[in-house]
Design a protein around this ligand. Structure first.
Ligand SMILES: Cc1cc2nc3c(=O)[nH]c(=O)nc-3n(C[C@H](O)[C@H](O)[C@H](O)COP(=O)(O)OP(=O)(O)OC[C@H]3O[C@@H](n4cnc5c(N)ncnc54)[C@H](O)[C@@H]3O)c2cc1C
Length: 339
């Protein structure tokens, strides 16, 4: 059908309830316990490493492997909550996974999670990007959640780090999946505010303009953009900006798109239909679209899908529109048999 590839994710994940405060004593105890666990081989990390390495062997050239760091279980979770470095065993596993993915010419998404663990995830992602995103190529993407008020500032700080350390920043932009478990104050007041923020960040990165991030005119650091969204308006608008820039011969950040398999297929197909837009002879721009799917045990996959259904309630609300689109297409195909 023209899809560029798959985003494959290993379904194991942990969700923390932010309403349950992590007390200092519990984090200290957790860190101590985590350190003693590190001494031996940790079964959670080892199970995760094996599962993810199996996933890498399933992705092909150009595909993407999505990693949820808390999938490595309690030791990773505890270190991230305590704002401690990840256990060494986990860091070695991550490097091994990234190396293998690069050998297979695949890329890696480091998924964004809850704010209680995200600063640690950002640090790990920046370290991996510094190591693997060299020579203008992006092997690793970090994820940025547009529903957070702080995200434009975080992204600007990361662009600066990438610029200073001479690596290319991989920006995967999402709206954010943890609205029901995050402290409400860190998230934009309304859905409309999140939509505005999402499109402004996407536009800033595509047009290589630091304006939306509060900085005036200065060269935009090297970056690649991946828009993970089911929102048709955001996806189509980004594709339009991208086409306009390429048609005008202006610099534009490379952008790709992704949706979950079985969700917002209408958006994915609409992007594919827009493929091969002729430009002024300097080339063709076809939106590169990926479908995201998970694998793992039945229990892990069911929990994963239930969480996705919950966090995508806006998309679920749009299913009537998709139902009507499918019905129209069915009638169209049946009519074509007889005409
Ligand atoms: C391929 C892929 C990878 C993803 N990876 C991640 C990831 O790593 N981390 C992650 O957190 N999420 C991830 N998501 C999920 C994503 O963050 C969204 O939850 C989901 O895609 C729905 O948002 P949308 O852009 O598709 O569009 P829409 O359906 O238009 O937007 C829904 C989103 O808007 C925001 N929102 C809703 N109501 C309000 C409100 N009242 N105030 C403020 N904001 C509001 C929420 O973020 C909600 O999820 C991923 C999604 C995809 C498709």
């Amino acid at each position: 059908m023209g899809f560029k590839g798959v985003i494959l994710t290993y379904a194991r994940e942990i969700v923390v309830d932010a309403s349950k405060e992590v007390s200092e004593s519990s984090t200290t105890a957790a860190t101590t316990e985590a350190s003693s666990l590190e001494a031996e081989q940790n079964p959670d990390i080892e199970a995760w490493r094996q599962g993810v390495l199996e996933t890498v062997e399933m992705v092909g050239n150009g595909d993407i492997l999505a990693l949820k760091l808390t999938g490595a279980g309690e030791p990773a979770m505890r270190a991230l909550l305590a704002k401690e470095p990840l256990p060494e065993e986990m860091m070695l596993a991550l490097e091994q996974i990234c190396k293998r993915a690069v050998e297979r010419q695949a890329r890696i998404f480091i998924d964004a999670e809850q704010q209680s663990v995200q600063p640690g995830i950002d640090d790990v992602a920046l370290g991996l990007m510094e190591k693997f995103n060299v020579d203008g190529k992006v092997a690793v993407f970090n994820t940025y959640q547009a529903y957070l008020k702080i995200t434009p500032a975080t992204l600007l700080a990361h662009l600066d780090i990438a610029d200073k350390k001479k690596f290319t920043l991989g920006v995967k932009l999402v709206r954010g999946a943890y609205i029901n478990s995050e402290p409400r104050g860190v998230i934009n007041e309304t859905k409309a505010d999140t939509d505005v923020s999402y499109d402004a960040i996407a536009q800033g990165v595509i047009k290589r303009d630091l304006g939306p991030f509060g900085k005036g005119k200065r060269p935009f650091p090297s970056a690649d953009l991946f828009l993970a969204t089911h929102n048709k308006e955001s996806a189509l608008m980004a594709s339009k900006w991208s086409n306009e820039l390429v048609a005008a011969g202006l610099p534009a950040t490379k952008v790709q798109y992704g949706q979950l398999l079985g969700m917002a297929d209408g958006v994915s197909c609409r992007l594919l239909q827009m493929g091969c837009v002729e430009t002024d002879g300097s080339g063709k721009v076809s939106p590169e679209v990926f479908k995201c799917l998970s694998w793992g045990t039945l229990g892990d996959c069911l929990s994963y899908l239930l969480r996705r259904a919950e966090e995508n309630q806006d998309a679920v609300g749009r299913t009537r529109e998709e139902y009507l689109q499918l019905r129209r297409e069915l009638f169209h195909r049946i009519r074509n048999i007889f005409v």
